[in-house]
Write a protein that binds this ligand. Structure first.
Ligand SMILES: [Zn+2]
Length: 361
């Protein structure tokens, strides 16, 4: 399972391999880009290449004792997902006592976001800092991955900064972030950045070719919905996606019809489905608004191509400034989400704002 197995972002892969070949890997690397495009996978591949003794310096074999353990740390696998979800139910103090870190190889530690808000906390940052003092036990170097560096609270970010300021020998730190600008500028400036972009249509096609279990219809829908993100394509539950989309479309329709009472009913019933995270709803609304914008003013490929006609009918009823305001409202909603606002209050506020806007046109 060598680097040629990795889909997308060939220039980044090639730059990293060049550094490996010359033994010039930076102390701290920052992998950023949209969710599900392979940042954590690349971190595992890079770590395998650092530890593997069976392949060239810029390659890994995928089958030796080091490689298999490192590659096993795929946090999207059910066993890791389950453990992370179980932790959400714990009281905060329990999580604090036992900060989350996954390790399938003694020289490879992954610190993922934790708890219901999926944040990296100070206890995790302290654990990382303590662990940084030890030397490698098997390999040449140790590799720590902070997956969700943009989800570190202020305390955790400051502790991380201290670790980066006093670099330990034989330690490589890989920071993973969706948005690098959510990191402290001082952390950013101490890392060598690698931006990973969404996969092209052809690369996504290659990805789906490996997924024989999917029907053609599923592939087509998932390819559009996932927007160049293989991880997103794997994570999408079609039934859930359709239900969520129907609910968010109803919010937009009610807002355009000016029926505020109807909207409140809608947001109540959505909020009652507690499994739905506000983050997923916001993402769906962003996608729908982006499709409306495309239909009204441009062309481009739609995310929700499968309901193009329904969307076209809606798009004909909105003006550019309505879409702009709706987008602003969503940005604010996303900001409130980070501060843990209650879901129903958040959705009602957004809906109220939409319904008060003039939309005709
Ligand atoms: Zn190997």
């Amino acid at each position: 399972m060598p680097f040629s197995d990795y889909l997308g972002n060939a220039p980044v892969v090639s730059a990293l391999r060049g550094m490996l070949a010359q033994d010039r890997l930076p102390q701290t690397l920052l992998f950023s880009g949209p969710r599900g495009i392979g940042k954590a996978t690349l971190a595992r591949y890079l770590t395998a290449a650092i530890q593997c003794r069976e392949a060239a310096a810029d390659e890994f074999c995928g089958s030796c004792h080091a490689c298999t353990r490192i590659l096993a740390a795929d946090l999207s696998l059910p066993e890791f997902v389950k453990e992370t979800e179980e932790r959400e139910k714990l009281p905060a103090a329990k999580r604090t006592d036992n900060p989350l870190v996954f390790s399938t190889h003694p020289d490879f530690l992954i610190f993922p976001p934790d708890g219901p808000l999926r944040m990296v906390g100070i206890e995790q940052a302290r654990k990382l800092r303590n662990a940084a003092q030890f030397s490698p036990s098997e390999g040449k170097r140790r590799v720590f991955v902070l997956d969700g560096a943009d989800r570190a609270n202020d305390e955790a970010a400051n502790s991380l900064l201290k670790t980066l300021e006093e670099p330990a020998a034989a330690l490589t730190i890989i920071l993973i972030a969706e948005n690098p600008y959510d990191l402290l500028p001082t952390i950013r400036s101490r890392s060598v950045p690698f931006y990973l972009s969404r996969l092209t249509a052809e690369e996504m096609q290659q990805f789906f070719e490996r997924r024989r279990e999917l029907s053609d219809k599923e592939r087509r829908r998932l390819a559009a919905w996932a927007q160049g993100s293989p991880g997103a394509a794997l994570a999408i539950d079609v039934e859930e996606y359709l239900a969520r989309r129907e609910a968010m479309l109803a919010v937009l329709r009610a807002a355009l019809g000016g029926g505020f009472a109807d909207l409140i009913g809608r947001t109540e019933s959505i909020a009652r489905k507690t499994r739905e995270k506000l983050e997923a709803l916001i993402e769906m609304l962003f996608g729908l608004l982006s499709d409306l914008l495309h239909l009204r003013y441009g062309s481009g490929r739609l995310i929700n191509q499968d309901i193009r006609e329904d969307l076209r009918e809606l798009a004909e009823r909105v003006r550019f400034d309505w879409l702009e305001e709706a987008k602003k409202g969503l940005d604010e909603l996303d900001e409130l989400r980070r501060r843990n606002i209650q879901k129903q209050i958040a959705l009602e506020g957004f809906a109220a704002r939409l319904s008060s806007l003039p939309h005709g046109g």
